[in-house]
Design a protein around this ligand. Sequence first.
Ligand SMILES: [Zn+2]
Length: 271
Amino acid sequence: MPELPEVEIRRQYLETSSLNQPINYIEVEDKKLLTTEYSSLLDALTGRQFTSTYRVGKNLFVLTDKPGIIVHMHFGMTGDLEYYHSSLDRPRFARIVFEFANGFNLGFLCPRKFERIGLIDSIDAFLLRKKIGPDALAISLTELRDRICRKKALIKSILLDQSVVAGLGNWIVDEVLFQAFIHPEQRGDTLTDSQYSQLHDAIYLVLETAIRFEATYRDFPNNFLIHVREWDDSPYDDVEAHKFCPRCGTRIERIVVGGRTTFFCPEDQVL
Ligand SMILES: [Zn+2]
């Protein structure tokens, strides 16, 4: 599933390929992928240009040269973007295609049809309505602490709550807590100042690493928990060596927290 790092990579891709070109037409193969009437989408965007992008969590917003006309993209389970010349075949699964005046197209790829595109008029109002908190890469240490410090829930569940901080999915939260030396079942209101600081640093470290390696997990640094997670389900005996903490060699434990599979090091992350 595209998590914050994947959506950030798509944002950068759209930003470098598709800005400042008049839109001639929008072809939509499946209207169910739209959260706005097709005719309204065409009316609003024909002749317009994309001018900038903005991401909050897994939500991508594309601003246009007309204030109040903003495209919202959600990549669902497998959504992606592809910019290509109109003389080439339409990419597989490009069910929504923005056709630009310069002969290039931006395809919104929706293999499983969980993806969505629609118009909004205000990003702030949208975030408020959907209860989406500040972006995980943009949140300050103070804001992070203020949003967690009175919550009695377990820290893992708090971090997964998109209204507290947006963009942290299951594996990312495990990796963040591992890098921050915090047990996933520690209560939010018991975190110390130094733990908040480690948590804030770890969120940045994990997300920046994932973006830098273009979310190709096997390329991540050796001291990341993700490698253990990747091997855990393997039935082969010879992967046993991969199931230990890359820092201290303790066997990584697998538990369920708030209904989600959770990996942690019982030696480094103590309650
Ligand atoms: Zn360890």
